[in-house]
Design a binder for this molecule. Structure first.
Ligand SMILES: Nc1nc2c(ncn2[C@@H]2O[C@H](COP(=O)(O)OP(=O)(O)OP(=O)(O)O)[C@@H](O)[C@H]2O)c(=O)[nH]1
Ligand SMILES: [Mg+2]
Length: 354
């Protein structure tokens, strides 16, 4: 499945049905009163967060959403039927903007959350409504009001707890696949990952969402490599995991390159809590590990974990560290989330496979 994080759709809510002008006519009642019913409500358009969904790709295939109009009122005081609502299924983390003025209309931040995008029109009142002692045969009824209509831009920012950053080839995707069921592509060349991917990691009976984004290189903020466009997906992470490839000579330089890009990008990324890990330690000697870990610790001014994403070395400690940095959510594993979370995980893993 392809990843798509921007989409433009046209939405049009249904118009309200017209009210009806009608009079009661019966053989023994030649001048019965007005009995025109009200029109029905036009269909409204909503957006709803959907579990297991993490791309806006569906909106490439369908860009127009039009809800039906409400039915007209009828005689004998029958109200017109309301039209059905339409629900756009979007991933959690989707923001919706008005294309015309760029205004943020709504935001879906959790699965199941529903927001209004376009209100259906109200049905018009039938002539029965206008009856009064002085006006016993009103020949008027209201038309329905029109439904809202607009172009909206959908913009998805993944909501992950932790985001993995690092140079290409640092082993970011390998780490994601080591701790979750996500299966991102891993290869020995840079820029293997072209789109962000998400995985749910489990550790210490807790779970957290990890985002793997394409590697950054020097000048990413000026568009070099794949640029830093994907950094928007780690903007909302609570913590950054900074992976450094231990097999390269200048690990401190690699670290600083990424830090510089994070700073250039702005949006508070450089201020986020960061955990630094030296990866690929299975390919290093003890002495090498010590030396590089020290160099890295000096560059970042914090303790550095030595890990091997491939061999699983130091991985539980690292996930433990990430968890320590995340707020504990009460009832995290309770409720009916258990099964759902499982289902969402596998869907996520498949959904994100490139
Ligand atoms: N020896 C060793 N190799 C590793 C380890 N982790 C990753 N690799 C290898 O490093 C290469 C790059 O791994 P990826 O996970 O694709 O790296 P990435 O950071 O996702 O790279 P991009 O997506 O290009 O940014 C692959 O050949 C991996 O097998 C490790 O712990 N030890
Ligand atoms: Mg990758």
């Amino acid at each position: 499945m392809k990843f798509l994080d921007q989409a433009k759709v046209h939405i049009r809510a249904g118009d309200g049905g017209a009210g009806c002008v009608s009079f009661r006519r019966e053989r023994n009642l030649p001048k019965g009163g007005p009995n025109g019913g009200n029109g029905g409500q036009g269909g409204t358009i909503w957006a709803e967060g959907t579990p297991g969904l993490n791309t806006l790709i569906d909106f490439r295939f369908q860009q127009h959403f039009r809800a039906k109009n409400g039915h007209q009122g009828e005689g004998s005081l029958r109200s017109g039927a309301a039209a059905e609502d339409i629900v756009l299924r979007v991933p959690a983390g989707t923001q919706m903007f008005d294309v015309e003025d760029g205004e943020l209309l709504a935001e879906v931040s959790a699965p199941g959350e529903r927001v209004l995008l376009a209100q259906g029109g109200e049905g018009g009142l039938g002539n029965a409504h206008f009856k009064s002692p002085t006006r016993r045969a009103p020949r008027m009824a209201q038309p329905g009001t029109p439904g809202d209509e607009r172009w909206i831009r959908l913009s998805l920012r993944l909501i992950a707890d932790a985001g993995i950053v690092g140079l290409p080839n640092a082993g970011k995707s390998t780490f994601l696949s080591a701790v979750s069921r996500a299966k991102p592509k891993v290869a020995e060349y840079p820029f293997t990952t072209l789109h962000p991917s998400l995985g749910v990691a489990y550790a210490q009976d807790r779970e957290f969402v990890l985002a793997d984004i394409p590697g950054l290189i020097e000048g990413a903020h000026e568009g070099t490599g794949l640029g830093h466009q994907f950094l928007s997906h780690v903007e909302r992470c609570k913590i950054l995991l900074h992976l450094v490839d231990g097999t390269i000579d200048d690990v401190a330089g690699a670290y600083r390159t990424i830090r510089e890009e994070l700073t250039q990008y702005g949006h508070g990324l450089a201020e986020k809590p960061e955990i630094v890990a030296l990866n690929k330690c299975d390919a290093l000697t003890e002495a090498d590990i010590d030396e590089k870990r020290d160099a890295l610790a000096e560059a970042c001014g914090a303790e550095v974990l030595a890990i091997s994403a491939v061999a699983g070395l130091g991985v539980p400690e690292l996930t433990g560290r990430i968890l320590d940095g995340l707020p504990v959510v009460e009832d995290e594993v309770e409720d009916d989330q258990g099964d759902d979370a499982d289902a969402a995980t596998s869907a996520t893993a498949e959904g994100w496979a490139p």
